[in-house]
Design a binder for this molecule. Structure first.
Ligand SMILES: CC(C)(COP(=O)(O)OP(=O)(O)OC[C@H]1O[C@@H](n2cnc3c(N)ncnc32)[C@H](O)[C@@H]1OP(=O)(O)O)[C@@H](O)C(=O)NCCC(=O)NCCS
Length: 152
């Protein structure tokens, strides 16, 4: 756990990288019903968080976690952004954009050579932060083992 968690505020919203603050019920509850990780086990979510730089987005008035994302990274050359979500009732008011801004400003994620992500329909969000489709998709390969029921 970081001695001094990274935090960024915008109005009532707070982004923190403190893993002890994350609400596993919220994160697992969302991911296990998502199109990309349907059926994921709670323990798998917990272990994936432990091996990542994970971010929670909280509303300070209630302290409730309403958003999440995690970055799989060596913190020097490469980062893969995964499991980004906002709870449905909090969407559409810039919170995912604030979460992205906070992640990209994290002091341990500066100067990386490449960021990567996969999305079915949120290209518009990531485009705002400089992400573009693969320039040479024919160079990329993958070994894909979806979770039970997962489509992506
Ligand atoms: C994608 C998601 C995180 C966006 O959250 P949000 O809080 O509604 O997004 P914001 O309000 O911060 O949107 C910021 C900007 O990105 C754009 N944007 C957001 N989601 C978008 C999408 N799916 N497609 C295109 N543009 C999108 C918004 O239009 C907005 O643009 P504007 O500033 O020009 O108005 C949210 O819809 C979500 O959790 N979806 C379900 C999970 C998911 O699909 N996650 C992404 C997996 S890769």
């Amino acid at each position: 756990m970081p001695a001094n968690p990274y935090e960024k505020r915008s109005g009532d919203a707070l982004v923190s990288d403190d893993p002890s603050r994350l609400d596993l019920d919220i994160v697992h509850g969302f991911l296990s019903r998502s199109y990309w990780a349907e059926g994921i086990a709670r323990e798998t979510v917990a272990r994936s968080i432990a091996g990542s730089l994970a971010f929670g987005l909280y509303l300070e008035q209630t302290g409730r976690q309403v958003g999440f994302a995690r970055v799989i990274t060596d913190r020097v050359t490469f980062a893969y952004l995964a499991d980004v979500f906002l709870l449905e009732e909090e969407r559409g008011r810039g919170l995912a954009a604030f979460l992205m801004e906070a992640i990209l400003a994290h002091p341990e994620l500066q100067g990386l050579r490449r960021w990567s992500l996969v999305t079915r329909d949120a290209h518009g969000l990531y485009r705002k932060f400089g992400f573009v489709p693969l320039a040479s998709p024919d160079l990329w390969m993958e070994l894909h083992r979806p979770y039970r029921g997962g489509a992506a």
